[in-house]
Design a binder for this molecule. Structure first.
Ligand SMILES: [Zn+2]
Length: 338
């Protein structure tokens, strides 16, 4: 909700029977205080001194807000007109630092620098609310570098941390909200994937955490989707053997026997690995044989290639796992029976 306050013959600092500002209760923000600013934006109890023109130039919402009919009795704060808004002051500060103070969260000396997740989320929330398109676009573009649709980039966690820092699994709930808010569905498959992992018992508090973040219905949906994903991962593990023998194999019977032995031994391990179902599983799978025996080189190469293709297929189907249709998500995969 946006609004201006005005009140006849009453100045800020007076008593506040009708909720008017009291100067003593307002903190002047230390970071966003433009010396010759001509208006205060007051978010809750924090006042930001800014230029109307700076904000009007980038935002029709601010322009309209400042263009409300002037009132000669407009209430003032420290001698300036003020506009009360209801944003979280920390959120608003990030937006104003960018728009009014020229802060660049994304680069330093032309080098990419990681942006804390909470800052990106704030820029998206208020950038969207006030329709500051460049701020919104930059923040969404950066968030998409972390919640990426590209499988190699997704697997490169260190690389993603260079773009966004301080990301916690529970932030997936915020990403889902922001993606819905800004119509950015490309963020959803990975956010849902992380959210579904929150329902796993391998995470501290498991379902309790999911229930704290999502409705019971959404939690049930996430659990169901997760079970499907784990089933697919186990099917993929079995396929590492059922794809054998390779046509070039000269010892098909021995290779099949070895493959089935490995499959049997893997049944007692978590080779499908709930948290790493988009990693290649070939090494973990064959390592159970501890080098005592192995399939022939042709069969192993074929099985490894099969693992990579199935993983790629799983990734392309990730949106469908969560009943999402996402333009731009990679769909082209190598033929599984290449
Ligand atoms: Zn073979």
């Amino acid at each position: 909700m946006l609004g201006t306050r005005s009140s006849k013959r009453r100045r800020a600092g007076s008593e506040s029977q009708d909720g008017a500002l009291e100067e003593d209760n307002i903190t002047l923000d230390a970071e966003v205080t433009i010396p010759d600013g001509n208006v205060f934006l007051v978010a809750q109890r924090v006042a930001f001194r800014v230029h109307k023109s700076s904000l009007s130039r980038v935002s029709d919402v601010f322009r309209d807000l400042f263009a409300l009919p002037p009132n000669s009795n407009t209430e003032t704060l420290h001698g300036l007109p003020y506009v009360q808004v209801w944003d979280d002051p920390d959120d608003l500060r990030h937006l104003l630092l960018v728009v009014c103070c020229g802060k660049n969260y994304y680069y330093e000396n032309d080098e990419v620098k990681p942006v804390p997740f909470r800052v990106l989320a704030a820029l998206i929330r208020v950038g969207h609310k006030y329709a500051v398109q460049p701020v919104l676009n930059d923040a969404l573009a950066r968030l998409k570098k972390y919640y990426t649709s590209d499988l190699p980039a997704w697997l490169d966690v260190e690389g993603r941390n260079c773009f966004v820092s301080d990301v916690k699994p529970r932030d997936a709930a915020t990403v889902i909200q922001l993606a819905r808010l800004t119509n950015a569905p490309i963020l959803l498959p990975t956010a849902y994937f992380i959210a579904s992992q929150l329902t796993s018992t391998v995470h501290e508090n498991g379902n309790k955490l999911a229930l704290a973040l999502f409705s019971p219905e959404d939690t049930a949906f996430l659990v169901t989707a997760r079970v499907r994903l784990v089933k697919v991962a186990y099917a993929r593990m079995m396929s590492l053997v059922t794809c054998l023998p390779n046509v070039l194999c000269e010892t098909p019977q021995a290779c099949m026997k070895t493959g089935l032995c490995a499959l049997s031994m893997n049944r007692t391990t978590n080779t499908a690995n709930e948290d790493k179902i988009f990693d290649l599983m070939q090494d973990r799978f064959w390592d159970v044989l501890a080098g005592q025996r192995s399939v022939c080189a042709e069969c192993r190469a074929h099985s490894d290639d099969y693992d990579a293709r199935l993983r790629s297929a799983m990734w392309s189907l990730l949106p469908a796992h969560f009943k999402l249709k996402v333009d731009g998500w990679p769909t082209k995969t190598d033929a599984i029976y290449g």
